[in-house]
Design a protein around this ligand. Structure first.
Ligand SMILES: [Zn+2]
Length: 324
C-alpha cells in the first residue's frame, strides 16, 4: 500500500526511478511515477516521515529535494509548530464553510452561476442594479441563516480563545467565525460581512435583520430612515477594502512565524499576498485546502483533506500540550 506525494527533485537525480529514503520514523521505498515539469508524483510506503520546507528531502545523506509537498497529513508537525509559534496567524476562505452547507454561490452549475456581480458603481447609479443585487443577497442570506458553524470553525474559535491565534483573517462574509466565538479583536473580515447592512448615504450600520425583513416582505431595495439604500456590508466588486484592515492583515503576515491557510484557494487578491509576505519574513506556512493554490510551492505543509476533519485534529494536538 502506497500513499502519494508531489515532490520537486534536483535535476541530477531525475534519472533515478527508485529512492530509498531514511527519516526519523524509519525507512521505506519511494517510487517516482510521473514527471510534471520539475515536479514528480511519487508513491511511498506509509509510515515514512517526509520532511517538507527548507530542510528538503535527503537520500543517503544527499540532499535530493528543495521542496516537498506531501499529501499525507503531517498534523503532528503542524501542531508542534503551532504550539511553539510566537505569532500564529490564520487566513480562511470559502472552503471552511462548505461543511456548513454554504456553497460557493457562483460555482458552475449552481443556482447563481449566471449571476453577474453588481459593481459598487452600478449599485450607486441604478435602482435596477440595486434590486438585482438585493435579489441575490436576499436569497443567499436565507441560506447563510440556516447554516451553523462546523467543526473547523469551532476548532479555530477554541484556538483563538486559548490565545493560540494572534489574528484570524477571513475572506468569508457569512459571519460563522463570529457565531463560533472567535474574539472580535482577533478577527478581520477582510471582505466585509453579510451579517450587517450599511447605508450608503449616511454611513449607518445595522444588523442585517433590519433590512432583510423589509426585502422579504416585498421591498425591492430596503432603505435607511434617511432615504439612502441599505447595502449588505460586504466589499462589492470595484469597492476598496478597508485600508486599516488590509494594513493590519499584512502587518500580521510580516510578523507571523506560522501562517495557517484554511479552506482558501488563494485565488483572490490582494489578501492572498499574505502568503508570500509571511514566507519572505521567514514564517512557516501550512496550507490546509483541498484544491491546489498558486502558493503551494511556498508551503512547509500542504494538507488536502477536509478542513472540518483536519482542524479539530490539529486543535486537539495543539491544546493537549502546554503552550510554549
Ligand atoms: Zn442612512
Amino acid at each position: 500500500m502506497y500513499q502519494e506525494a508531489r515532490i520537486v527533485v534536483c535535476e541530477s537525480l531525475l534519472g533515478d526511478l527508485t529512492f530509498r529514503i531514511f527519516e526519523r520514523m524509519g525507512c521505506g521505498a519511494l517510487v517516482l511515477t510521473e514527471r510534471i515539469g520539475n515536479g514528480l508524483t511519487a508513491l511511498f510506503t506509509p509510515g515514512i516521515h517526509l520532511e517538507g520546507g527548507s530542510r528538503g528531502l535527503t537520500f543517503a545523506g544527499r540532499r535530493v529535494s528543495d521542496t516537498l509537498v506531501p499529501t499525507q497529513e503531517p498534523l503532528e508537525d503542524i501542531a508542534a509548530a503551532w504550539r511553539g509559534a510566537r505569532m500564529p496567524v490564520v487566513l480562511t476562505g470559502a472552503g471552511l464553510s462548505t461543511a456548513s452547507g454554504i456553497p460557493d454561490f457562483r460555482s458552475p452549475g449552481g443556482r447563481w452561476s449566471s449571476y453577474r456581480p453588481v459593481t459598487i458603481a452600478e449599485f450607486l447609479a441604478s435602482e435596477d442594479a440595486r434590486a438585482a443585487y438585493w435579489r441575490y443577497k436576499g436569497e443567499t442570506w436565507q441560506v447563510i441563516c440556516r447554516a451553523e458553524p462546523n467543526a473547523a470553525h469551532r476548532a479555530l474559535a477554541a484556538l483563538a480563545r486559548a490565545d493560540r491565534i494572534a489574528l484570524l483573517v477571513t475572506q468569508n462574509v457569512d459571519g460563522l467565525h463570529e457565531r463560533s466565538g472567535v474574539p472580535r479583536d482577533r478577527l478581520i473580515t477582510i471582505h466585509g460581512t453579510d451579517a450587517e447592512v450599511e447605508c450608503l448615504s449616511c454611513g449607518r450600520r445595522e444588523p442585517r435583520a433590519v433590512a432583510q425583513a423589509a426585502w422579504e416582505s416585498g421591498t425591492a431595495v430596503p432603505r435607511c430612515d434617511c432615504g439612502g439604500p441599505w447595502k449588505p456590508a460586504t466589499i462589492s466588486f470595484g469597492q476598496a477594502l478597508v485600508p486599516g484592515d488590509l494594513q493590519r492583515a499584512f502587518a500580521a503576515a510580516r510578523a507571523a512565524d506560522l501562517l495557517v491557510v484554511a479552506g482558501s484557494s488563494l485565488a483572490v487578491g490582494p489578501i492572498n499576498e499574505m502568503v508570500p509576505l509571511a514566507h519572505r519574513a521567514g514564517a512557516r506556512i501550512a496550507i490546509l485546502t483541498a484544491s491546489e493554490t498558486p502558493y503551494d510551492g511556498l508551503a512547509t505543509w500542504k494538507v488536502s483533506a477536509r478542513v472540518e476533519v483536519v482542524l479539530p485534529a490539529v486543535r486537539a494536538r495543539v491544546l493537549a500540550a502546554p503552550a510554549r
